[in-house]
Ligand binder design. Structure first.
Ligand SMILES: *[C@@H]1O[C@H](CO)[C@@H](O)[C@H](O)[C@H]1NC(C)=O
Length: 186
């Protein structure tokens, strides 16, 4: 009996320790889900579930306990981010890493990258899970018409938040050089 309890608690610990590197708090990707799992109670578990499903390309998790729509939504597509969603800490989303295809303008080498260029402003979402500029570029491509340009800031840049900034317009290039920045247009 004790062994069973220990095994179960170990399993629960492993599940809760599982972290998905592409987890984005406060991001909603509405619609296009193929399954809604009410029993999934954490964003990490929802992310892990998507990783283990071949057909799953992205997911959104809602934690608000009073809402019937709470739970884990697995998606076979990558719906665009709702940039005006204010779900804050009650939601999280993620895109399976292998879904971000680095082709066309996002191919490397040969991508149409603006190295050390900053395009400030017009940001509708800031994704901290994106760790490279080709992936930031690929994310902008996947967002459809909503994303017109992007700037990626390397981690550790002084006085700057790192990550991928997606923009609703072709934001003008800044006159101030930004060594940790890379930008691009759609
Ligand atoms: C996006 O979020 C806003 C604010 O919560 C909401 O009113 C709107 O319906 C959402 N759009 C979609 C497509 O879900």
């Amino acid at each position: 009996m004790i062994y069973i309890v220990l095994l179960i608690s170990l399993f629960i610990q492993i599940v809760s320790l599982q972290t998905c590197s592409n987890l984005e708090r406060g991001i909603d990707r509405p619609g296009q889900w193929y399954v809604h799992l009410l029993s999934t109670t954490s964003a990490g578990a929802c992310c892990a579930l998507c990783d283990s499903e071949t057909q799953c390309k992205s997911w959104t998790f809602f934690s608000a306990p009073s809402i019937l729509a709470a739970g884990c939504y697995l998606k076979a597509f990558v719906p665009p981010i709702n940039g005006s969603s204010n779900c804050g800490q009650t939601c999280a989303s993620g895109v399976k890493d292998s879904t971000l295809v680095l082709q066309g303008p996002c191919a490397f080498p040969g991508g149409a990258y603006e190295l050390a260029v900053d395009r400030p402003g017009a940001t509708y979402v800031h994704l901290t899970s994106i760790r490279t500029h080709p992936k930031c570029c690929a994310m902008c491509q996947m967002e459809g018409n909503k994303c017109q340009s992007w700037t990626f800031v390397r981690d550790g840049a002084p006085n700057r938040a790192g990550g991928c900034f997606l923009k609703t317009q072709v934001a003008p290039i800044s006159n101030t050089p930004c060594v940790p920045c890379t930008s691009g247009k759609k």
